[in-house]
Structure formats: structure tokens, C-alpha cells
Design a protein around this ligand. Structure first.
Ligand code: FES
Length: 164
């Protein structure tokens, strides 16, 4: 299932969006110019992992020297603080601890973004409208408004900003 999350310009660096499709809840994060997605379910006891705080990776090769890596981040579960790599879901509690489920995130041109619409989701056009001819006809005791429901070819209504 493909989920269209947001336009890139509506997704600021440092922001997160938690999307729900069916019973699945997924946190999508923008860290600098990178995007990451994790299942919003902590492998420890099922906490809402993607509501936790994130922080940049810090690496150190020698005592007293460290490098902050702003494009890579960890997330800590808000329930008990277990930490996971935002990119891979790897747990940092110890070997053998289960990872959080991570997902691929891609940036796609608007025209190619035809993900599954969520129930009730509205999407910009082009729309197809069913219309009927309406006429005023004179018969019997005067003028009458008449709607013609005879089937005809459908008409495409242009989307916003598009001329017909
Ligand atoms: S449920 Fe996430 S750390 Fe316990």
C-alpha cells in the first residue's frame, strides 16, 4: 500500500506527521533533507513510539572529541525511553532486542502520487461529473422545468487552475 503523506513544501525540517491507514499508524519524520518512517508501535510493550523525542546522532572517536550528525537521528519511546535508529529501526538497548519496523520513504512528482485514497479522503481533480440537461418546455397549462436523464457521455471537469 502506498500512502501519500504530504507535499514536500508542507513538511518542514524537524517536523513529523503520524498517518493512520486502517489499523496501521506510521510516523514520518523529516530530519534536515532526509525523510524516515517508522511503525508507531514500540517493540517493547507497544507504546506510541513515534510520539517520542528525537535527537541527532553523536559520534566520538576519542575521549573529548565528538561529532554531531544532524541528518541522522534516534527516537526514544515516550513510555520507557528505549531508543531506536530512525532510519533502520535498530534498537540500542542491546543485541537481540527487536527493531522497530521501518519503511521506505520516497519523494515523487505530484502527477505520480496516486496512492490509495483513505476512506473519505478528497483528492484534487480531474473530476468526472454527471450532469443532466434542463429545459423549460411549454405544454398543458404552462411552462415546466424538465430534467433529461437520458444517458450520454460523461463530461470531465477541469481541476483547479486548469482551463477547459
Ligand atoms: S513501550 Fe516503548 S519503551 Fe516500553
Amino acid at each position: 500500500m502506498r500512502i501519500v503523506v504530504a507535499r514536500v513544501e508542507d513538511f518542514a525540517p524537524g517536523e513529523r506527521k503520524i498517518v493512520t491507514r486502517g489499523r496501521r499508524s506510521i510516523g514520518v519524520f523529516r530530519v534536515g533533507d532526509r525523510f524516515y518512517a517508522l511503525n508507531n508501535h514500540c517493540p517493547h510493550l507497544g507504546g506510541p513510539l513515534c510520539q517520542g523525542r528525537t535527537q541527532a546522532w553523536v559520534r566520538s572517536s576519542t575521549p573529548g572529541s565528538y561529532q554531531r550528525e544532524d541528518e541522522q537521528a534516534l527516537i526514544a519511546c515516550p513510555w520507557h525511553g528505549w531508543e531506536y535508529d530512525l532510519a533502520t529501526g535498530q534498537s540500542f538497548l542491546g543485541p537481540g532486542e527487536p527493531p522497530a519496523r521501518s519503511y521506505e520513504v520516497s519523494i515523487e512528482p505530484g502527477d505520480d502520487c496516486a496512492g490509495e485514497p483513505a476512506p473519505g479522503e478528497r483528492r484534487p481533480g480531474p473530476f468526472v461529473a454527471e450532469t443532466f440537461d434542463v429545459t423549460v418546455e411549454r405544454f398543458g397549462s404552462g411552462d415546466h422545468v424538465v430534467v433529461d436523464t437520458t444517458p450520454r457521455s460523461t463530461r470531465t471537469v477541469p481541476s483547479q487552475g486548469e482551463s477547459q
